[in-house]
Design a protein around this ligand. Structure first.
Ligand code: SAM
Ligand code: SF4
Ligand code: F3S
Length: 446
């Protein structure tokens, strides 16, 4: 009988992709994916280290698992992901309930590590940076997951060392997967039913693969995926403003499948703060990227990430961030209070008053939400293209996304899943567009 693995995932899309790979890998040694922790033989916690309390959250989760299994035999407990990489052996010492700790660049060693543990019960941690080997191994594992929208990691790690960020330490140096390996994986996803491919990397637009004859960039990947029948939409995340090269920008003119929604984190609208953060670009360069894209494709809209209360942020720096938001009118963004991360340069800087940071966060979020609501409202009474992803359980309603990743809900038949349909938006709120199918699509589904 197959054993059961329950995987819980924190963090970014790359962790979501990794968790799928972990379940695919474990399948080959007799574990099937379970949605139920209570009956799991193996519990994998895929962790994120990006902001504070990350470590405590992990121990808290493990404590919960221990309670669930209080009167039952203990599952195999594995901590994976970025906290695992950062803390490694420490975790085994602090929490004896954990059996194995494995970092993100060692997942190709997961099966072997589990089999060893099953044999000799020796606890251990594996945290080498073997990125090339990992992808070689994982790309040979067959997967039959059929998601309409699929993540595809093309690049890992980061060499930029922004002063606030742990990623270069938890994911290691930049690595770009071989071009053909990615195309093969995209083809497999299409065969399994995917219609949208979201290319992933901590620095996705730094993708740079040299096969000794040619250097392949993200733009080459986009234009090649464009030619694959069955792929309807292409997206990528997360990019760095410094790597928005002309070849990539021009894809917004040349590609019909690249969605006009650019998530481009800037973090601050103040050049002084960008310098203190070691972001390696200026606000003016960011704005000229936006202007160029708008010029070549007026449908383009931006979203971003902001860090509020970075050490040294004065009121005029904050006001510059507000000014930038009013200039770009980001349609959907994330904002966080600066969190000092162990081992980073910024963790040694004098923090600013927490009360001030909280007030600034409130102001900025109100502003960002206002632009999101306005953007959503602009769709009211208009027809939009929606890629239908799934049926909402228990209702005769479908869920999909428009070109800008907004969630769209409308009544419809489930045989529209996987299709791009026209939906008339009737109502909106901050997060969702509610609509009804165009008559033409109703007819098609009948
Ligand atoms: N590589 C992307 C870039 O350069 O913009 C960012 C990837 S990071 C995983 C996602 C977001 O987390 C960042 O854009 C930043 O806003 C936020 N973040 C990272 N470190 C942080 C910290 N120490 N405190 C608060 N937010 C942080
Ligand atoms: Fe972190 Fe992104 Fe900066 Fe790299 S470029 S250090 S991932 S914020
Ligand atoms: Fe978190 Fe690691 Fe992603 S720190 S945001 S899971 S790269």
């Amino acid at each position: 009988m197959l054993k059961k693995v329950f995987v819980k995932t924190f963090g970014c899309q790359m962790n979501v992709y990794d968790s799928d790979k972990i379940t695919d890998t474990l399948k080959t040694i007799g574990y099937e994916k379970s949605e139920n922790l209570n009956s799991a033989d193996c519990f994998v916690l895929n962790t994120c280290h990006i902001r504070d309390k990350a470590k405590e959250k992990v121990y808290h989760e493990i404590g919960r698992v221990r309670e669930v299994f209080l009167n039952k035999s203990k599952p195999l407990v594995i901590v994976a992901g970025c906290v695992a990489q950062a803390e490694n052996t420490e975790m085994l010492k602090r929490e004896p309930y954990i059996d194995l700790v494995i970092g993100p660049q060692s997942y190709h060693k997961l099966n072997e590590t589990i089999l060893q543990f099953e044999k000799n019960k020796m606890k251990g941690d594996v945290t080498d940076f073997d990125t090339a080997e990992k992808f070689n191994y994982l790309s040979k594992i067959q997967n039959k997951n059929s998601k309409i929208s699929s993540f595809l990691t093309i690049q890992e790690g980061c060499d930029k060392f922004c002063h606030f960020c742990v990623v270069p330490y938890t994911r290691g140096p930049e690595y770009s997967r071989p071009f053909n390996q990615i195309i093969d994986e995209a083809n497999m996803m299409v065969q399994n039913g995917s219609k949208e491919i979201i290319l992933l990397g901590q620095n996705v637009n730094a993708y740079n693969y040299n096969n000794t004859k040619k250097i392949f960039r993200l733009s080459d990947l986009i234009m090649s995926l464009e030619k694959i029948n069955g792929i309807e939409r292409i997206r990528y995340t997360t990019s760095h403003p410094k790597d928005m090269t002309k070849d990539l920008l021009d894809c917004y003119k040349d590609s019909k499948k690249l969605m006009p929604f650019v998530h481009l984190p800037i973090q601050s609208g103040s050049n002084k703060i960008l310098k203190l953060m070691n972001r390696k670009h200026k606000v003016e360069e960011y704005i000229s990227t936006f202007d160029y894209l708008k010029k070549i494709n007026e449908k383009v809209e931006f979203s971003s990430d902001f860090i509020i209360g970075y050490p040294g942020e004065e009121i005029e720096d904050f006001e510059n961030t507000i000014k930038l938001i009013d200039t770009i009118k980001f349609i959907n963004s994330f904002s966080f209070i600066f969190s000092a991360r162990p081992g980073t340069t910024a963790s040694k800087l004098k923090p600013i008053d927490e009360k001030i940071s909280k007030e600034r966060l409130k102001i900025i979020q109100e502003k960002l939400f206002r632009y999101s609501r306005l953007n959503n409202k602009s769709f009211e009474n208009k027809y939009i293209d929606v890629l239908v992803e799934n049926e909402i359980h228990g209702q005769n309603k479908l869920f999909g996304r428009n070109e800008y990743m907004n969630s769209v809900i409308f009544e419809g038949n489930k045989n529209l899943i996987g299709k791009i349909v026209k939906v008339k938006v009737t109502k909106t709120n901050q997060n969702t567009l509610i609509g009804e199918l165009s008559e033409k699509n109703k007819f098609k589904a009948a």
